[in-house]
Ligand binder design. Structure first.
Ligand code: UDP
Length: 254
């Protein structure tokens, strides 16, 4: 992996975000995995921050604390990139969970092992099969669904630790997946863990990713709403988020 300058977090609405490209994020995570093979240590936490989570953090000190401690926070979503640019920062691009997973799977072929935890029963298995079809050298250390009882958490963690993955992808819904990683980072035994939201549903083929046109028009949220109409209530935070960004006006500098 090429060495990459690790940028300082830029403060966007009180939350530190790393302004990097997808390629830089992959190189940083890859270097952590390679280092970890030599020196052990606690799991590093990667957060892909979208507008919903950033808005939620405004009124949630526990989530703000988690984001402050996270090793890598990338701007997943046009909303976060826009809010950052309005604060005067140079945010190079949006770095989505699904692009990170695909790029890491490609970069780590035949080298890094992946554990996929979360989503409905069968989803993580299908996502792993599809990823292996796309990247035949992908090493899958294990899979597990995300509808376990709190009492089963120690057994879920034990299975992950026994599998000793380099990279753990956690899809338990946001921000539960982020707290799961933070709370268990000493026990998980993975080099790096990342919350991936609905990405396993997309990789498994259960949900479709918005076509390029929707993405270019910044209408990914609309595409998702059409596929999952029950999300409408949660999506009401998006106009409130936009309003908050507009009211704050220009703040910091790049
Ligand atoms: N999920 C899960 N266990 C739960 C709740 C959710 O595994 O108890 C999974 C859900 O099946 C989906 C993923 O978490 O695959 C993302 O959930 P959601 O759409 O709520 O989160 P977001 O994409 O907004 O992070």
């Amino acid at each position: 992996m090429p060495a990459v300058d690790f940028p300082e977090k830029k403060e966007i609405m009180g939350v530190g975000v790393h302004p990097l490209t997808l390629g830089e994020a992959v190189a940083i995570i890859g270097n952590w995995i390679e280092q970890r093979k030599d020196d052990g240590g606690a799991t590093r936490q990667v957060v892909t921050l979208n507008a919903e989570m950033l808005f939620r953090a405004q009124g949630d000190p526990a989530l703000r604390g988690l984001l402050r401690q996270a090793d890598l926070v990338v701007p997943d979503g046009h909303g976060v990139v826009w809010a950052g640019r309005r604060s005067g920062y140079r945010i190079p691009e949006r770095v989505t969970g699904i692009d990170l997973i695909n790029s890491l799977a490609e970069a780590g072929e035949n080298r890094w092992s992946f554990y996929l935890l979360g989503s409905a029963p069968g989803v993580a298995e299908d996502a792993a099969i599809n990823l292996q079809r796309a990247y035949p050298g992908l090493i899958v250390a294990g899979t597990g669904h995300g509808y376990f009882d709190p009492a089963e958490t120690p057994a879920v963690i034990r299975r992950i630790r026994d599998a000793a993955p380099d990279l753990l992808l956690v899809a338990l819904g946001s921000p539960r997946q982020e707290f799961f990683i933070r709370d268990h980072r000493q026990e998980l035994g993975a080099a790096v863990a990342m919350g991936v939201g609905g990405s396993l549903d997309v990789l498994s083929g259960r949900l479709r990713r918005a076509p390029a046109l929707f993405r270019e028009l910044h209408l990914e949220w609309l595409y998702r709403l059409i596929q999952e109409p029950s999300r409408w209530r949660r999506m009401l935070v998006l106009p409130r988020f936009a309003w908050t960004v507009l009211l704050k006006g220009r703040g910091g500098k790049g």
